[in-house]
Design a protein around this ligand. Structure first.
Ligand code: AMP
Length: 219
């Protein structure tokens, strides 16, 4: 089953996706991680993406689509994917459908993680990530046991370059602009389910596992 996560930044897409990868074997492909790796490795596309990324703007489709389709391709035909952060626009969704169609594959489920914007802003402004695996913490609501150190792997915690107030505002504004059409695109194809993301991570995971197992969710 190929799955897409939609929802604002801060809804917990990354956290839930790594948990589902562990529990179900789906391959988690996060567009932000793919872009950050390309920027870090200073690839040609990474260098082109950097200025948009740093400004909290969407990286143009000419750069993003090819990079993400390649990342999905690398997962291999024997494993299904869980996409997080891609597609972000209807044009990207169409490009994805076409590419999967050529491989005889399709998207089976789209989950929108719903979260009030004010909660998203608060979560993003205190967000800390670990260098080694991207485990997520929050200075106020979910602090690590030792300041600046990941509880799970002991690596250093850092704040993302685009998690500062102006960029957060901009990213959420852009998300609000694109999300409605994207939701409509998948809803009209009968693929969309909604999950309340303003709850404890474990409760959300339980609902997501039920959804993947073909159950329904009342959240
Ligand atoms: P994220 O980690 O999902 O919050 O993404 C971080 C940044 O990467 C975004 O603010 C955009 O600059 C860029 N980005 C991630 N995914 C996409 C996408 N599907 N299309 C365009 N830009 C993206």
């Amino acid at each position: 089953m190929n799955v897409i996560f939609l929802g604002p930044q801060g809804a917990g897409k990354g956290t839930q996706a790594s948990e589902l990868q562990r529990l179900t074997g789906l391959a988690h492909v996060a567009s932000g991680d793919v872009l950050r790796a390309a920027i870090r490795d200073e690839t040609e596309l990474g260098m082109q993406a950097k200025k948009y990324y740093d400004a909290g703007e969407l990286v143009p489709d000419e750069i993003t689509v090819g990079m993400l389709l390649e990342a999905i391709h690398k997962v291999g035909a024997d494993r299904d994917v869980l996409l997080d952060g891609f597609p972000r626009t209807v044009a990207q969704a169409q490009a994805l459908d076409e590419a999967l169609g050529r491989l005889g594959e399709r998207i089976d489920l789209v989950v929108e993680l719903e979260l009030p914007i004010e909660v998203a802003k608060e979560r993003l402004s205190g967000r800390l990530l670990c260098r080694a695996h991207g485990h997520v913490y929050n200075e106020r609501t979910q602090p690590p046991k030792t300041r600046g150190v990941c509880d799970i792997d002991g690596s250093e915690l850092y704040q993302r370059a685009d998690d500062y107030p102006e960029a957060i505002e901009k990213r959420l504004r852009i998300w609000g602009r694109e999300n409605g059409q994207l939701v409509e695109y998948y809803d009209s194809r009968g693929l969309l389910c909604r999950v309340n993301a303003d709850r404890a991570p474990g409760e959300i995971t339980a609902d997501l596992v039920a959804l993947l197992q073909g159950g329904s969710v009342v959240a």
